[in-house]
Design a protein around this ligand. Structure first.
Ligand SMILES: NC(=O)c1ccc[n+]([C@@H]2O[C@H](COP(=O)([O-])OP(=O)(O)OC[C@H]3O[C@@H](n4cnc5c(N)ncnc54)[C@H](O)[C@@H]3O)[C@@H](O)[C@H]2O)c1
Length: 251
């Protein structure tokens, strides 16, 4: 129960990797606020049914008003905010296409959610972190940022931005006791991926072949790294990105 008394916000926590993270943090004693476009209420119900402390807020991370409301709901419900997991992103709904078929609108939507969304969430929780004298931010990047995967240039660029943003935020926020780290998962059979035959069908087999550990990666494989960065063992680690992919890219 390393996180007893802590309050965590998990964006995109209604399903997939985000829900697995929310459940793991709650199991370690944190009160968890699930912030998602939809289905947050059902996810929070599932956590409460297991005896955890949980709430939800319907929020679009690319909206500044929504992210401010997200922080308000967390602080009003549980009295403080200690941990932000920036997990929400456009990923599992992607259809793979060569870069010359991507439009400027595709790029803007991607950057709005995946990059500006993380920026807005960090900004929204900072006043609460300053009040506490510290906090933890864990940004979800992706192994694609290091491998240069084809067919999703705008997504790869957005996840590369998260690695860079993590470093600068760590530098700027260190004096406030805020630690900022990133986790970069490999291809993971999340709920969203299961619903997208283009990803599940083609990328899954290729990914297993190209990693040292020859099995599918599941959302549960991501949670250990996030819990570590959120907990007391990581108290002097900031600005880092940990690749969790069964040994596909050695970072
Ligand atoms: N699944 C993978 O193979 C994989 C690999 C590396 C990194 N990642 C990253 O892990 C994270 C989770 O991936 P996943 O596969 O579980 O995704 P998913 O598509 O299954 O779930 C994403 C969640 O984010 C929510 N979301 C999307 N846009 C949002 C917005 N604007 N505001 C609030 N919530 C929003 C969705 O509603 C959904 O609940 C993402 O950051 C993704 O880029 C995934």
């Amino acid at each position: 129960m390393d996180l007893a008394g802590r309050v965590a916000i998990v964006t995109g926590g209604a399903m997939g990797i985000g829900f697995a993270i929310a459940e793991a943090l709650a199991a370690q004693g944190a009160s968890v606020v699930i912030a998602d476009l939809k289905d947050g209420a059902a996810a929070a119900d599932k956590l409460r049914a297991k005896g955890h402390k949980a709430a939800h807020v319907d929020a679009d991370v690319s909206s500044e008003d929504d992210t401010r409301r997200m922080a308000r709901v967390a602080a009003d419900t549980f009295g403080r905010i200690d941990i932000l997991v920036n997990n929400a992103a456009i990923y599992s709904t992607l259809s793979l296409k060569p870069f010359e078929q991507l439009t400027v609108a595709d790029w803007r939507k991607m950057l709005d959610v995946n990059v500006i969304g993380q920026f807005l969430c960090c900004k929204a929780v900072l006043p609460a972190f300053k009040t506490n004298g510290g906090g933890r931010i864990i940004n979800i990047s992706s192994g694609v940022a290091f491998k240069g995967n084809p067919g999703m240039l705008h997504y790869v660029a957005s996840k590369g931005a998260i690695v860079s943003m993590t470093r600068t935020l760590a530098t700027e926020l260190g004096e406030h006791g805020v630690l900022v780290n990133s986790v970069a998962p490999g291809f993971t059979l999340s709920d969203g991926v299961h619903r997208n035959p283009g990803l599940a069908g083609t990328v899954a087999a290729f990914s297993v072949r190209n990693r040292a550990l020859k099995r599918d990666m599941l959302p549960a494989d991501v949670v250990g790294a996030v819990s570590f960065f959120a907990g007391p063992s990581a108290a002097f680690i900031t600005g880092q990105t940990l690749v969790v992919d069964g040994g596909a890219y050695y970072h």
